[in-house]
Design a protein around this ligand. Structure first.
Ligand code: NDP
Length: 256
């Protein structure tokens, strides 16, 4: 599979599930200048043990940074810290992976569930893009190559087909997760508007549906390692497809 060649990468929700596996696979490929900022809510806590073990296995390659997508001040703090570590180098790839799921239908969803899912799945990523934008702009300028690429400067939003207005109605009776779906539809719109706004800076923005994978949040069709390598492959494929948001594969792929 095609390898992502980006040097400085930041991933949110990197302590477990898809985020942890993404960090793992990015440390395993041969990219000598790579540095990964693996962010999570509680770097010292028990849920981050696997990530701390990974850092020990790859000294100097991964830095754990505290970032709670639900807390604007923690997002700001994390950006300051990452900025001081990046120095004059920019951030090549920002992966908004952290997310929560809440079950519910019209009849059972509460205002609180809607607010919580929106806060983590939409407002958090918006503020993260905003705070990290100067570093993405630095990377885009420094690359010296025209066009857009996830190796140059990019935002990959890990979304879901559950946020697809055309697909979700037929799946809703099987997956009654209205707050999650509504928030991810907002996340998809955030992605296309970010793509529109940031194209002047040649920063690529895209939403990917990883497929259904067995994590605490997800289903159980494909193993997490296979799926993450496919997501990384899709990110590279974008360069062949050239920003075509119309492509929607049946299970795993770009989102409309
Ligand atoms: P997991 O539940 O396994 O992991 C979710 C991650 O998000 C954890 O690291 C969790 O951290 C983090 N997180 C949750 N809330 C916050 C917050 N406020 N701030 C920072 N981090 C937070 O889920 P997956 O790995 O399955 O999901 C990752 C992404 O993939 C999500 O955006 C999801 O919507 C998407 N996705 C997953 C699918 C699947 O089948 N698994 C299908 C389609 C999309 P903590 O340990 O602190 O809770």
């Amino acid at each position: 599979m095609a390898a992502v060649k980006a040097c400085n990468i930041l991933i949110t929700g990197a302590n477990r599930g898809l985020g942890l596996e993404t960090v793992k696979q990015l440390t395993e490929d041969s990219c000598p200048k790579r540095h990964i900022f693996a962010t999570c809510r509680d770097p010292e806590g028990p849920k981050s043990e696997a990530l701390r073990e990974l850092v020990k296995k790859h000294p100097g390659v991964i830095t754990i940074i505290r970032l709670d997508a639900d807390d604007p001040s923690s997002i700001k703090e994390s950006a300051k810290k990452v900025g001081s570590l990046l120095g004059n180098s920019g951030l090549n790839l920002l992966v908004n992976n952290a997310g929560i799921v809440a079950r519910g239908t019209i009849q059972t969803s509460s205002a609180e569930n809607m607010k919580n899912t929106f806060s983590t799945n939409v407002i958090g990523p918006l503020l993260i893009i905003k705070e990290y934008l100067p570093y993405l702009q630095t990377a885009a300028k420094a690359s010296g190559t025209p066009g857009m690429s996830c190796n140059k400067a990019a935002v990959i939003n890990i979304s879901t087909v559950g946020g697809s207005i055309s697909t979700m109605p037929s799946l809703f009776s099987q997956f009654p997760v209205l707050p999650y779906c509504v928030s991810k539809a907002g996340f998809n719109m955030l992605t296309v508007l970010a793509a529109e706004e940031l194209k002047a800076d040649e920063i690529l923005c895209m939403a990917l549906h990883p497929g259904w994978v067995k994590t605490e949040l997800g289903g159980e069709k494909v193993s997490v390692d296979v799926l993450v390598s496919f997501v990384l492959f899709l990110a590279q494929m974008w360069e062949i497809c050239q920003n075509d948001f119309q492509i929607e594969l049946t299970n795993t792929g770009f989102l409309k």
